[in-house]
Design a binder for this molecule. Structure first.
Ligand SMILES: Nc1ncnc2c1ncn2[C@@H]1O[C@H](COP(=O)(O)OP(=O)(O)OP(=O)(O)O)[C@@H](O)[C@H]1O
Length: 228
């Protein structure tokens, strides 16, 4: 079953001249699929992810996610939708340094307003356990290593049980050992049925996902299914 459908996405920048950055991009993502988006620097990967994340609404075409048409919706609607349905893992973790790992993971859960603070805390601990970080729950984020911080960022992305996890270079700032660790967490999540879409430059990361979309000059030029 398709959980995301992008239809004929076109996007232009006007800086300083009109630049056609996404050209008729269409694809579907199935529930539980682990999808990588690859391509040379500047081909439009991050721009595409930004559209899919509902953060950029200035485009042509249509995006449907979890049965909901997102194109043409108000900012309030999209903010609520993001909180409920999407989890984000970026190249830089953007944790609040003075807050503990647990508090950082809890924040989007408290913001959603669906569960009591006690329930959010229990859920946050469960997510930290899932990614092997429970023993660091009460440490300030600033006292964790880069790899540990990125794992906490993954737990934070999971707190509201998102329909889709979106990653923009989720291992881009990590050394080899931490890259492998974070990738193993993504694979484990995918095996458990989590839908993941990640932009990556890491060919090993892409090769370990279920399907790879390759972009060039704002277009999809190839799609490969990986057999594991
Ligand atoms: N706000 C903007 N205004 C004008 N041009 C932009 C803007 N953001 C990105 N671009 C241009 O759009 C193109 C696509 O950028 P994008 O960041 O999506 O590429 P990318 O494939 O993610 O690259 P990288 O792998 O280096 O992150 C590039 O040529 C970039 O210079």
């Amino acid at each position: 079953m398709s959980v995301l459908s992008a239809q004929n996405l076109n996007k232009y920048f006007y800086d300083p001249e009109k630049f056609h950055v996404l050209r008729d991009v269409s694809f579907d993502v199935q529930r539980g699929e682990f999808l990588s988006i690859v391509g040379k620097s500047g081909c439009g990967k991050s721009t595409l992810l930004y559209l899919l994340s509902t953060m950029d609404t200035d485009y042509e075409g249509q995006i449907t996610m979890a049965g909901t048409t997102l194109t043409g919706r108000s900012q309030d609607f999209l903010a609520r939708f993001r909180n409920e349905h999407l989890g984000f893992v970026f190249q830089f973790h953007f944790l609040l340094p003075e807050f503990s790992a647990l508090q950082n993971v809890m924040l989007p859960g408290l913001k959603l307003g669906k569960y009591s603070a006690k329930d959010v805390e229990e859920r946050a601990m469960e997510k930290l356990r899932l990614i092997g970080m429970a023993e660091y729950a009460h440490k300030p984020a600033s006292k964790l290593s880069g790899g540990q911080q990125q794992r906490v960022a993954i737990a934070r992305a999971l707190i509201n049980d998102p329909t889709i996890i979106m990653g923009d270079e989720p291992t881009g700032n990590l050394d080899r050992a931490n890259t492998e660790n974070v990738f193993a967490i993504f694979q484990d999540l995918a095996r458990k049925g989590q839908t993941i879409i990640a932009v990556t430059h890491d060919s090993d990361f892409a090769a370990g996902s279920d399907r790879v979309i390759e972009m060039s000059d704002g277009q999809i030029i190839a799609t490969h299914e990986n057999s594991h």
